[in-house]
Design a protein around this ligand. Sequence first.
Ligand code: ATP
Ligand code: MG
Length: 283
Amino acid sequence: MIKVENLSYTYPKSKEIVLKNLNFEIERGEIFGFLGPSGAGKSTTQKVLYKILNDFAGEIWIENKPLKDWGNEYFEKIGVGFELPNHYLKLTAKENLKLFASFYPEKNLQNFDALFEMFGLAGDADKRVEEFSKGMKMRLNFIRAIMHNPDILFFDEPTAGLDPVNAQKIKRYIIKLKNEGKTIFVTTHDMTTADELCDRVSFIAGGEIRLTEKPSTLKNEHGKHTVKVELENGQTAEFPVKDLGNNRKFAEFIAQGEILRINTQEATLEEVFIKITGTKLME
Ligand SMILES: Nc1ncnc2c1ncn2[C@@H]1O[C@H](COP(=O)(O)OP(=O)(O)OP(=O)(O)O)[C@@H](O)[C@H]1O
Ligand SMILES: [Mg+2]
């Protein structure tokens, strides 16, 4: 669906190469993520893909057609959740949506009231956006990205600045979009978001992709391959996962009392990120 080969990018008037030879593909029905610290090049990559930045080096195909050959019909096909919401502050939330809706075929548009309701803005639709909190602006930003039912979605830090309840709503909706067969590219510097959402994730640091993999594979491969057992009486012990069913010590241990919890000792994505890139996700 999206194929990127040897993508490099340098901002005009700048000497620094910001994207260095990136290669990745995103399938239909996939949530693909860029996980990386501030300044890694996440937003720049998305800006190239949604045609705000041109003059890149390398090849990009969208549905087997070079990005450069796509005209204005491309903008009907994609939805963009910008990193920083850029609404018209003097207009109300509904007026903002109507303004952007005028760029799209009417048959594709979702019902605004239903969207406001879904993202907790039903009572605020007729308020001027200048009265909105940051989280409200982010939610309106999200609605704007999805309202025309696009096939391809770019979400740049979709849960930044949101409280846990609203962050969860947004994540659930992104998974719903995936289940509808959309192609989804998210960026984040939050390992939990990457872990919960992404089918595959690229670690990006210093403008380079250091690895692309399924989060579960990464956590498993870099984890300890043990299970930690905690009994209700407070005793804990760790056992190798391998051949656990035949481990006599394990059987004896769990026979001693009620089990409180059993956990596999997986690595976190952040730990794997540091191990692979030598860089932290956040300072
Ligand atoms: N308009 C610009 N002109 C010149 N350099 C820029 C411009 N925008 C970004 N950069 C530089 O490009 C690099 C990558 O920036 P980018 O915004 O893509 O990072 P990011 O991974 O999205 O970071 P964050 O997590 O902070 O959003 C940074 O070094 C940044 O200083
Ligand atoms: Mg960014």
